[in-house]
Design a protein. Structure first.
Length: 223
């Protein structure tokens, strides 16, 4: 983790919000950026405009919709953002409710003055990063499996006519130079060879790798 962590703090108490920022800055001034919002509406409006947030840190007791309501909306609309709950006490039933939503951590507000808060944030973000990488890897594996399944039939359809083209090129090569110019024959042979090479790479495709082709169109990288 070498970038500044952006924290969405949802807290209606201005003084407490300032304390959170002070203690995080005191722990590491270059590590944390806190975006403070007072309620559900402001928090969701901010995420709608800019969802680049590493972690959401929120109080449970908020005016209007509670922190639990915000957690539901964030988990639903922005599942990549891990959530840390802050409350005045560790109520078992509340902890159970927030954990059901997949909330990453549950801290008592008294802990903000200790290294527990910044260390918890760093740990949660690191776990989320690992989770995201594993998910991307799994998606890539599934895509590769689907690509292989699709290509297996397509490659088979090309193999027969390609074999015939190779035989035809070989027969043409046996003709005299007067009948068929050498550069023309070389061009045919080179194109057939390149097609066969690409098909062999498709048959043994090991990586779901694409490159930009035209605008937003991408193609498999067989280099």
């Amino acid at each position: 983790m070498d970038h500044k962590l952006r924290i969405l703090l949802v807290e209606d108490n201005r003084d407490f919000a300032k304390l959170v920022q002070v203690y995080l800055q005191r722990y590491d001034a270059e590590r944390f950026e806190v975006v403070w919002k007072e309620n559900h509406a402001d928090a969701m409006a901010f995420l709608h405009e800019d969802a680049h947030v590493d972690v959401a840190l929120m109080d449970y007791f908020l005016p209007g919709k509670t922190g639990l309501d915000i957690a539901r909306d964030i988990s639903s609309g922005y599942p990549h953002i891990p959530i840390i709950f802050l409350t005045v006490n560790k109520d078992f039933h509340l902890a159970l409710e927030v954990m059901k939503l997949g909330v990453a951590e549950f801290l008592v507000k008294e802990e903000i003055s200790s290294p527990v808060l910044p260390k918890t944030i760093l740990n949660v973000v690191e776990k989320q990063g690992l989770k995201d990488r594993l998910m991307k890897l799994e998606i890539s594996r599934q895509r590769l499996r689907a690509i292989r399944d699709t290509l297996s039939s397509i490659v088979g359809d090309f193999e027969v006519p390609l074999r015939e083209m190779e035989k035809l090129t070989e027969r043409l090569g046996q003709q005299s130079a007067e009948t068929l110019p050498g550069d023309y024959l070389e061009m045919i042979d080179d194109n057939v060879r390149r097609i066969v090479e690409k098909l062999n790479k498709l048959k043994t495709l090991q990586e779901d790798k694409t490159v930009r082709y035209i605008k937003d169109i991408k193609m498999l990288d067989l280099s």
